[in-house]
Write a protein that binds this ligand. Sequence first.
Ligand code: HGY
Ligand code: MN
Ligand code: MN
Ligand code: MN
Length: 406
Amino acid sequence: MTTTQLTELAHRLATINQFKTNEAGQNRLVYSPTWVEAQRQVIKWGLELGFQVNVDDFGTAYLDMPGTTEPEAVIATGSHIDTVAQGGQYDGLYGVLGGLQAIENLVTEFGRPQKTLRLISFSEEEGSRFPDTFTGSKHYTGQQVDLTMKDPAGIQFDDARQQAVTKLMLAGVHHQLPDLPDTFTELHIEQGPRLIDHGLQIGLVTGIVGQRRYTVTVKGIANHAGTTPMNDRADALQHAVDLIVTLREQARRLNPDLTFTVGEMHISPNTSNVIPGLVTFTVDCRNSDEAVLDQFERLLQQTVTAPGNPQITSSADRWAKSDVTLLDRQLLENNQAIANQLGFKSIQLASGAGHDSQIMAKHTRTTMIFVPSINGISHAPAENTSQEDLLRGVELLAASLHQQAY
Ligand code: HGY
Ligand code: MN
Ligand code: MN
Ligand code: MN
C-alpha cells in the first residue's frame, strides 16, 4: 500500500470522525445526525470511485465493484458505521473504510475484478441506542427486527429508520436489498490487549464468544431520606447494589472467563434526598461456551427473583442474545498463508467482542482479520491503532480479496 493510499485512509477516517457531536468521543448512534453524515459520506466516496451503490431499508450501504466475468459471484468485506456512546475512532469504521481502501487499491492496480467485490457499511451493530444488536446484518440476512422498539427518549426504531434512510437516497443510489455474498471478511481492531501485549501485528479470528444482554428492574418505594427509619425502607438502589455484588461473585465462581458487566444504570427519581423507588441496570455477559451462559442465565433469574423484602420486586428481561460462533476454517487458513507470505507476525484467536460476522457466519462463509489496539482499549475515546498496523490490515485484506475475486 502506497503512502498516498495510507494518507487517503487516514484522511477518510478523520473526515468521518469529525462528525462527532461533542468532545466526549464518537457518538454515531444509529440514525442520529452524525450517523446520517457518516453514511452519506461513505456513499459519496463510493459513487466518486465508480462503485454501484445500494442502500437497504435499514440504511446499510452496499458498494459494489461489478465483476467482469462472474458478476453474480460476490466477495464481500465491511463492518458497521455506528458507534457506542462516547466511543472510539476505529471500532466498525476501520472495517468500512479499510475495506473501501482495499478494493480501491485492487482496482487501481489490477483493474476490475472477475467476481463482484462488495463493501458493506452496516447500519447498526452496537445496540447502543435501541434495545437490540446487529440490526443491520440481521436485516441483510433476513432475521426479524422489532420495528416498534423505542430508544430511551421514546423514539420508535421505525420512525428514526425511515427519516434517516430518506437522507441517504443520493442521486445514483439504488434502494434494494442485495443477495447474500459468497464470502464475507470483516477487518476490525482487536479491541483487547492480546496482539499489542505480544508484539503481534495480525489476529486471525477462529470464533466469536456468545453474548447475552439483560435489563434488571428493581421496584421499591420512593420515600423521604430523612424521616424514613433505616429498618423500614424499600430502597431499590440498595437492593440493586446487593444484586450486582451477588451476581458478579456468582459469575466469577461459575467460570473465570465469563465476562459480567453492568454498563448502564438508571435511578428514579435520582435526587439526593429521596430513597430511590425504581432502578434499572443492564447486564452484559459473554463466554465461549453456550452451556456456561445458560447456567448463568438460570442463576441470574433465581437471584433476581429470590424472595426478600416484600415491598421490593425485581425482574430480569433478556433483550439480546448472540450465539457462540465458529468462523470459516478454510478462509482463515488462506489468510494465514497470505500473512506468512507477507511476513506479518500473526496469531489465531477467538474474539471477546461481538461482530456482524457472527450474524453473517450463519448464512455465508465468514472470516475476520484483527489489527492491534494500543493498550487494548476500545469503546472509549482512547481507542487507537498505529498507522502501520492499520496499513497491514488493509494489505492483508486486499491480498485475501484478490485471491478470491481476480
Ligand atoms: O459489544 C461488542 O462486543 C461490540 O463491540 N459491539
Ligand atoms: Mn484514491
Ligand atoms: Mn465493532
Ligand atoms: Mn463495538
